[in-house]
Design a protein around this ligand. Structure first.
Ligand code: IPE
Ligand code: IPE
Ligand code: MG
Length: 242
């Protein structure tokens, strides 16, 4: 973990920050605007936050963008989110290259339209070699779905005799998760005043510190990010020790 001076004081910077970007709809409603306006504002904020986090020395950011449960929203909202996603994926290639950012998408690849899948693969391939911040986007993601998929792949490897029952341990199991190769989040941020995980990274967040803010995601900014980092620095991580 790197340290950085913020307002004259030295702080540890979390290597990996996970964010549940929540409250877009309520933010828009408070402004008498359609929920989709909140989503579009929210996606712009994400870009800014990535740049600010990168400047502070954060190495990985994982954001919850669309959950497996979000398909249950009204069709016009889902359609608007997919449209926004298409634009985000396309624009990201240029921006990622400019900021030397590597982008990975986690979540199920089922149910996604063919052109979205294609954009995901293109974005991942074209940024795979970049060595700045790694941005993981949880898209069509649900932790239970991820765990079940991991279990299934593991069973296939056992059937194909690539893996034995004795070899299954925590380290080996992690290799089957979408987040394989990425360190666990040090800090989780959830905006909009909700205090729940909503099926996000259940395995990976086992020892993560949680920071909650009342702010809606489109109002999240550098000050709020610094507040979260200061909060993180007050915590004593014991990992089950004394
Ligand atoms: C988070 O904002 C973005 C997505 C889930 C896609 P919401 O859309 O959940 O906004 P609220 O929670 O209804 O205000
Ligand atoms: C979690 O937010 C998912 C994302 C932020 C993408 P939701 O708004 O969908 O979660 P709940 O419904 O409040 O649990
Ligand atoms: Mg919400």
């Amino acid at each position: 973990m790197v340290t950085r001076k913020i307002e004259g004081k030295e702080y540890m910077i979390p290597t990996h920050i996970a964010i549940i970007m929540d409250g877009n709809g309520r933010w828009a409603k408070a402004k008498n605007k359609p929920r989709t306006y909140g989503h579009s504002q929210g996606s712009q904020i994400l870009e800014k936050v990535c740049e600010e986090a990168d400047d502070l020395g954060v190495k990985y950011i994982t954001v919850y963008a669309f959950s497996t449960e979000n398909w249950g929203r009204p069709k016009d909202e889902v359609d608007a989110l997919m449209k926004l996603l298409r634009k985000f994926l396309k624009d990201s290639i240029k921006k990622a290259k400019k900021n030397s950012m590597r982008v990975r998408i986690i979540g199920s690849r089922n149910n996604l339209d063919a052109d979205i899948l294609e954009s995901i693969i293109k974005l991942e391939n074209e940024t795979a070699h970049l060595t700045g911040l790694t941005l993981q986007i949880a898209l069509n993601y649900g932790s239970r779905n991820e765990l079940v998929r991991a279990m299934k792949s593991m069973m296939i490897d056992i059937k194909d005799e690539k893996l034995t029952l004795e070899q299954i341990d925590e380290a080996n199991f992690e290799k089957y998760l979408d987040t394989q190769g990425i360190p666990e989040p040090d800090l989780l941020i959830r905006t909009s005043g909700e205090h729940r995980l909503s099926n996000f990274l259940l395995w990976q967040l086992a020892y993560t510190e949680f920071y909650f803010t009342e702010k809606y995601w489109p109002d999240f900014d550098k000050d709020e990010l610094i507040k979260a980092i200061k909060y993180f620095n007050q915590r004593e991580r014991r990992f089950g020790g004394v």
